[in-house]
Write a protein that binds this ligand. Sequence first.
Ligand code: AGP
Length: 611
Amino acid sequence: MCGIVAYIGRKQAIPVLLEGLKRLEYRGYDSAGVGVMDGGLKVARAVGRVRVLEEKIDETGGLPGTLGIAHTRWATHGGVTEANAHPHRDDRGKGHGIAVIHNGIIENYAVLKKYLEENGHTFTSETDTEVLAHLIGELYRGDLEKAVQAALREVTGAYAIAVICEKEPDTLVVARKGSPLMVGVGNGEYVVASDSSAIVAHTTQAFTLADYTVAKLTRESFRTSTIDDVEITPEVRELEFELAELDLGNFDHYMLKEIHEQPRALRMCLQGRIDVRGGEIVLGGIAQHARTLANTKRIVLVGQGTALHACMVGRYLMEDMAKIAAEADFASEFRYRNPIVDFGTTIIAVSQSGETADTLAALQEAKQRGALVLGIVNAVGSSIARETDAGIYLRVGPEIGVASTKAFTGQVMTAAMLALFIGRRRYLSQEYVGKMLGELAAIPDKIQRVVDASDTIRSIVAKHVERENWLFLGRGINYPVALEGALKLKEISYIHAEGMPAAEMKHGPIALIDSGMPAVFIATRNSQYEKVLSNIAEVRSRGGHIIAVATEGDGHIGTVAQDVIYVPDAPEQLQPMVNVVPLQVLAYHAAVMRGKDVDKPRNLAKSVTVE
Ligand code: AGP
């Protein structure tokens, strides 16, 4: 995905735009660019981080103007080049001085490009966005808002766009479908951005554009309408977002900060939702569906990446505590599989950003097949949160590091609350639920003890950080934890890491074991502990180097594993929230030791809003 910022008001636009881009840089950071209106349109673009663009603007003596648009790119169509960086313009000279920035994909751009080329347009980039700029230019008849509406009626795909035009130097037009866009309403000014982190420094009043909505902004007022020019009135609301939450504090990276935040974040996730003594869970967002959930026949949890791993843990929790048949699936696979979704099926979409395109599409597919669709989402007011029938917000605070940490433990914590909520309305006693809620409430302190043991983990990592291939193995509810540990390591240190069920190793992957190969086992005391010990022996006997995540006080594990990371004991169902933390810390130290950009790993973006 990409980051979009736009400003119209009385302040100089560049400082607002660049500060906003830095807030959104986690969304994509291949290249960046700005377009500013000051008598005429001036554009500056650069490959690399926002700071490279900033230096370029400084070199040109700055770009004055109080109307501007800015973009940080995660490449989809076209390589990482300055020519492909946004803003994109309609024909230079012959055009109307139109500049466009875009997050999303214009799926029918090739057909449109052919039509435009046949009508004399020439292109300077490989992007779908430039086609949109030329299309708006082609349809411009003196009214930018109308030209944008007309162009958007011709396109298919996803877009969040901001458009300016030399012939209308006091107008900013923005629009969205499928990609997030929010309009901050200030005093005689508007700040438009992909999410609230780039807005809250200027105003806490904002509205989210609905799909197929266009907003025309001037310094005096705004007008919102559909792409068919039907006027609509957006709901302006107070942003629940503290800028201070975005401060890095004394940490070197957001990922480290967010690992350390987990105890507090999970307490926030639980706050006001559990009654230990009464054995009750209060989930206001889904209370209206309690009876449906109690009678649901099947639960399907869908997500991508880390969110999928949380879905996989949630699947165990739904079966074990809600006593409902459950499965977890890649949202991208679910949506194209012609899934069986019948009456009595509940779909749970899990997403930190609430903007993952495949997860959004999967829940839309399930909805139209009649399922009840719930969301477990962190970003308030996000597309997935708004599309579901009901949901539960994580409340773990904004997660900036591309590698998801507190969102994962928050997703698992929320899934556990939901499973107990449903289970209490089916077979679970008040006593059992009360006991489990007490154990849930104890998880943050247990995580704190693991976070405090970071130095031990760093010393273990240092012994193996040059190894290019790692295995992560777990059984049962710890199998998704193994997958999550492998994902963390590979996505920030670029080490190849593979997670799998410990029992699966014998069916092929054991061939990978060579002398000293790091094999991380989730070996905490549980119903499959003895089986995990056998798997450890199989790897050890072939030269693998065993790193075990084990239960404090386990006197045996040290005789079979060369390195042991001890974690506090918790009920088997809740142990994943504790067991994942050493793997997060391990990945963090490996990335730092290998000199990688922990918060902005190559090729990645925080949320994938394209398919
Ligand atoms: C996790 O560390 C990755 N950054 C990625 O797998 C992420 O979990 C995935 O893209 C899903 O994002 P979401 O939770 O915002 O939907």
